[in-house]
Every structure is written in structure tokens, then in C-alpha cells.
Design a binder for this molecule. Structure first.
Ligand code: KMH
Ligand code: ZN
Length: 304
């Protein structure tokens, strides 16, 4: 049997971190384009993308901003484009879906439950903000819910899945989200091969403990058998340890500045590609091979 390859996803900018936190966080369409292309060249076969207001770096759901980088990334790489439908917890569902319904990408994220979506713990230490909106947004996030009701999930599955042939990175922030995914499978709204992202270390979700990864995998094995692949992302300093553990357990990995601004202890990542190269080195040390974009497409049943 051919050896299973590891899919590296790179989440290039996200909506949690803000420009004051790192000068390397890509913000403008030019920066997002350059970072995404470099991450793909370093070995990422899936690029998970959000947009930001080019003027000030604030998370944006504007499809016109997405369209300033999506075609350029598509033209320069053969990586799978994965557009966020999570956006940020301050956006409405329609806002969150606007770019994906316009671009009809091969893949989108789909968040499997409503939750508090807290700051990654290390972010509390910033005080000298570059932009007034940054502390305001972080404060607003503290009192908002990241809303992903059953109706919202169904809406996304129908509009993007059935409507556009998009397949999903199912974001599961706790064990209950796996059961929610199984519920939609039982109703015939999703079918394998499923790509499940286990998310660790978001305040409000499951903690970044090794025991939680083994538990998530055990339950996913029970619910989905061989009709799924898992990937792991972990917030902040947990990124590299948890993705390394995932790879050793037969899983896939997600890195990128959306999930952590660091490369190692006390060291900011100077680019997304630095993190991709770092996890690639880990995979090589574990004698694991990295999947190309086309291999990822085959493994995940994407439309190509
Ligand atoms: N920010 C990550 C923890 C999404 O974009 O839909 C999860 C995420 C969600 O990437
Ligand atoms: Zn995201």
C-alpha cells in the first residue's frame, strides 16, 4: 500500500491577530498574495484565506478585497484555495459567505458549532496599539458569540456545498462538534472523504493537551471510520507541538500566521513560509512525505 502523505495547510492571515502584534502579519492584497505564494512554494498544498481592510488591517469580509488577491494566487500556484466562512465573530453570516459565494472555491472552512471565541492567551500583553480599532475589536470579541447554529451550518452546506461543489475543512473546536458533523452526515448533507480540522487552544474550545488530541481522534475514528482524514491546528505556542503530534499519529497539519505569530520561543515568524518550512522539516525528520496540491485533491475528493 502506498504510504499516506501529509497535507500542509497554511492559514495566511486570519482575523484574530492584529497588525500591532507582528509587523509580519500580511494585511494588504499584495502582502497576502506574496505570503500565500511563498507558503505554497514552501510546501503548503492548501491555502486558507481571509481578507483585511488594506488601509488599516482590520478583518474584512468585502468580496472586492478578496478578488484583489484570489485570482493572483490562483494564477501563480496550483494550491487548493480555501476561503474562510468563519470570517470573524463580529460579521454576519451573509457577510461571511459573500466572498465564497462569489469565488466558488474548491474548499471553504465550516465551523461546527457556536461558541465563545476568546483571545489566544498571549495576546493580552499588548498595550501600545497602532490603530484605535484593534483594542476596540478585541473588546467587542469578548462579548460576542461566534455563531454557527445548525441552521447556519445547513445554509453553508446547501449554498456552497450543493450550490458550488465546494468541499469543506470542518473546524471542530471540541468533541461535541464531531457529533454535530456526524449528525449532518446521517442526514445526508455531507459525505466522505471528510477533512476534519481539530482546533486546539482557542479560549472557549478544547485545550491544547495531548490527551485531547488522542480523544478527538478516538471519537472521530468511531464516528467516521475510514471516511475521514484529520488535520490539526493549535493556537499560539501550541502550534508546533500539536501539529507534530498530529503528524506522528497519521494526521495532517495546519500552520500559518492566523494560528500563531511565532516560529519558536520568543521568535516571531517572519513569514508564513517560515512556519511551513519548519513543519516540513519536522515531517522530514519523521520520515513523512508531503502531499502535493493534486495529491491533496485526490485524498479529499475536491472538484479540482
Ligand atoms: N481561526 C481558527 C482558529 C475560519 O476561518 O472559518 C479557525 C478558522 C475559522 O480558521
Ligand atoms: Zn480562518
Amino acid at each position: 500500500m502506498a504510504k499516506k502523505k501529509v497535507i500542509i495547510t497554511c492559514a495566511v492571515t486570519g482575523s484574530v491577530h492584529t497588525p500591532t502584534m507582528s509587523p509580519y502579519l500580511p494585511v494588504t492584497p499584495d502582502q497576502i498574495t506574496a505570503e500565500a505564494i511563498a507558503a505554497a512554494e514552501a510546501g503548503a498544498s492548501i491555502l486558507h484565506l481571509h481578507a483585511r481592510n488594506p488601509e488599516n488591517g482590520r478583518p474584512s469580509a468585502d468580496p472586492n478585497v478578496f478578488m484583489q488577491f484570489l485570482p493572483r494566487i490562483k494564477q501563480a500556484t496550483d494550491a487548493v484555495i480555501n476561503i474562510s466562512t468563519g470570517g470573524s465573530s463580529l460579521m454576519t453570516l451573509d457577510e461571511r459567505l459573500a466572498a465564497a459565494t462569489r469565488a466558488e472555491p474548491e474548499m471553504c472552512s465550516l465551523n461546527m458549532g457556536s461558541m465563545n471565541f476568546g483571545l489566544y492567551p498571549a495576546l493580552d500583553r499588548f498595550t501600545q496599539w497602532q490603530h484605535e480599532w484593534e483594542p476596540q475589536l478585541l473588546e467587542a470579541t469578548r462579548s460576542s458569540i461566534f455563531k454557527n447554529t445548525f441552521a447556519d451550518i445547513e445554509d453553508i452546506l446547501i449554498r456552497l456545498g450543493e450550490g458550488c461543489g465546494t468541499r469543506f475543512e470542518f473546524e471542530c473546536y471540541d468533541v461535541g462538534h464531531l457529533y454535530t458533523l456526524a449528525h449532518f452526515r446521517d442526514r445526508g448533507l455531507v459525505a466522505g472523504p471528510l477533512f476534519i480540522q481539530f482546533v486546539f487552544g482557542v479560549l472557549g474550545g478544547i485545550g491544547a493537551d495531548p490527551e485531547n488530541l488522542t480523544h478527538m481522534k478516538r471519537i472521530a475514528d468511531k464516528l467516521f471510520g475510514d471516511s475521514y482524514s484529520f488535520s490539526v491546528l493549535a493556537a499560539g505556542r501550541h502550534q508546533m507541538p500539536m501539529t507534530t503530534m498530529a503528524a506522528a499519529m497519521g494526521g495532517n497539519v495546519r500552520v500559518g500566521l492566523e494560528d500563531s505569530l511565532m516560529l519558536g520561543r520568543g521568535e516571531l515568524a517572519k513569514s508564513n513560509a517560515d512556519q511551513v518550512k519548519r513543519i516540513r522539516d519536522v515531517l522530514e525528520a519523521l520520515s513523512l512525505d508531503v502531499a502535493t496540491p493534486n495529491e491533496a485533491r485526490t485524498m479529499l475528493g475536491l472538484k479540482g
